[in-house]
Structure formats: structure tokens, C-alpha cells
Design a binder for this molecule. Structure first.
Ligand SMILES: NC(=O)c1ccc[n+]([C@@H]2O[C@H](COP(=O)([O-])OP(=O)(O)OC[C@H]3O[C@@H](n4cnc5c(N)ncnc54)[C@H](OP(=O)(O)O)[C@@H]3O)[C@@H](O)[C@H]2O)c1
Length: 231
């Protein structure tokens, strides 16, 4: 539990490349009195595919009231699944996994963590999305499951932002694109010529973007430089 009156930040997916960097940056920065970290390998366990664990962790925060919740979970590939280059490679199990981890899991975080945000005053809920989830920006094709599941995440976030504004007008709910960042998720695809940044740089940039947002930005999709991205 945090000290009374301390501001509280929560990082979910804190074991990941960007999540761990966000956690370090928030702890070093000191603008939040308490920074809590959750992951599926931590204690208490928070597995976004297990609603009970999401509900239990959210409930365990009371009476603390977080004013920043960042979701840095996500899935692009594993030993069994590579991003699809063609519709010929579409596989229901891969698609279901991408939607479970990139859209449904974050939606469960919205369900259980958005009600924790304060009724009054500035607060932020920010899931990490990806620019390849933008339909307007899609010129290359491929990566069907990842693109579609991140587009679904963006819609879920935007829908939740509208509902959130009714009870918490100062709250900000946005999807963020971290840029290409050197992590396990991007490693197999970091082609020569692609601008890959380290996770600490990305974390600093994302926190600077969040610091500059206002409630008028809620529901939006922003990159690591604060640029609004097309849906
Ligand atoms: N890296 C990039 O270039 C890039 C670009 C655009 C967008 N993004 C987005 O940024 C976010 C973070 O990516 P990253 O590069 O930091 O990837 P990462 O290092 O692979 O981290 C992914 C995180 O998601 C967690 N996770 C996976 N399944 C989970 C589950 N069922 N329950 C709870 N947590 C789960 C992982 O936990 P474990 O440690 O337990 O596996 C890990 O903490 C993702 O949403 C990704 O799509 C990244």
C-alpha cells in the first residue's frame, strides 16, 4: 500500500522490454510517490488472459487510487507463430492468440482498472498499441493478426475513453505507439535501415508524450513524438 496522499503509477507488463524501461524511468523520475509493477511472472500474478487475476490485482490496490496506468503487454510472435506475410498463412489459433493478448487482455485491464481512476483530477490510462494497427497507414500489408488485433485495441480504447469521460472528465485514455524499439518482440524484424531505438529512450519519450496530454486528447492514438496517428 502507498503512503497516504502519494501519487501512484501502475505498469502492467513490467517484465517486457518497454515495460521494464517504463518502470525504471518512472522510479528514477520521482514524479510518482509509488510505482507498482505487475506481470504474469510476478507476485501477485497478473495474466491478461485470466480475468480473475486481472480483477484480483485491481481489487488489491484499494484504497490506493492510481493516477497513471500503463499497459505494456503485447504479442507479435512466439516459437509457433510468425507474423503472416500472406492470407495463405492465416491460422485461427494464431489469430485467436493475437486477439486474446493484444485486444481482449487490454480490454479486461480497462474493465478492472479504469474504475480505479479518481473521479476528480488528471489521470491517465495508456495501453501500448502499434502504428501497424493503423488502417489508414497500412501500405505494406502482411502481419494480419497483429495489425487487426491492434486495430481492435484502438477501437476498444477509443470506446472506453468516451465512457470514461462521463464519470471522470479530467481522465485521459490513449493508445500509444512506441516506435520501433529493441526488444524481444521486435528482434527478428529489426531490418537494416529501420530506426530502432533502445527501450530506455522509448520510455522517456512515451512519458514525455503522456506528460503533455490534456483531457481533450483522450480517445486518441499517439506516437512516441506526440503525433496523432490515423486510425
Ligand atoms: N518493440 C517494438 O518495436 C514495438 C513497436 C510497436 C509497438 N510495440 C508494442 O509495445 C508493447 C511492449 O512491447 P515490447 O517490445 O516491450 O515487447 P516484449 O518485450 O515482448 O514485452 C511484452 C510484454 O507482454 C507481456 N505479456 C505477454 N503475454 C502476457 C499475458 N498473458 N499476461 C500478462 N503479460 C503478458 C510479457 O510478459 P512476459 O515477460 O511474462 O512474457 C511482456 O511483459 C506491445 O504492446 C507491443 O505490441 C512494440
Amino acid at each position: 500500500m502507498a503512503m497516504m496522499g502519494e501519487s501512484i503509477a501502475v505498469v502492467i507488463g513490467a517484465s517486457g522490454g518497454i515495460g521494464a524501461a517504463l518502470l525504471s524511468a518512472l522510479r528514477a523520475d520521482g514524479s510518482y510517490g509509488t510505482v507498482m509493477a505487475f506481470s504474469r511472472s510476478g507476485t501477485p500474478r497478473l495474466d491478461i488472459t485470466d480475468e480473475g487475476s486481472v480483477r484480483d490485482v485491481a481489487a488489491s490496490l484499494a484504497p490506493d487510487v492510481p493516477t497513471l496506468v500503463i499497459d505494456a503487454t503485447g504479442f507479435l510472435h512466439d516459437a509457433a507463430h510468425r507474423p503472416e506475410k500472406s492470407w495463405r498463412e492465416l491460422d485461427p489459433a494464431q489469430m485467436a492468440r493475437a486477439f486474446a493478448l493484444n485486444a481482449i487482455g487490454p480490454a479486461l485491464l480497462m474493465k478492472h482498472f479504469l474504475p480505479l481512476l479518481p473521479a476528480h483530477g488528471r489521470s491517465i490510462f495508456a495501453p501500448l498499441s502499434a502504428k501497424v494497427g493503423s488502417i489508414g497507414d497500412n501500405r505494406l500489408g502482411g502481419w494480419y493478426s497483429y495489425r487487426a488485433s491492434k486495430a481492435a485495441l484502438n477501437q476498444l480504447m477509443h470506446t472506453a475513453a468516451i465512457e470514461l469521460a462521463r464519470s471522470r472528465p479530467q481522465a485521459i485514455c490513449v493508445a500509444l505507439h512506441p516506435g520501433t524499439v529493441a526488444t524481444a518482440l521486435s528482434a527478428p524484424f529489426a531490418k537494416a535501415g529501420l530506426k530502432v531505438r533502445d527501450a530506455n529512450t522509448a520510455a522517456q519519450e512515451l512519458l514525455a508524450v503522456l506528460a503533455g496530454l490534456t483531457p481533450a486528447d483522450s480517445g486518441g492514438f499517439f506516437d512516441h513524438q506526440g503525433q496523432a496517428l490515423p486510425w
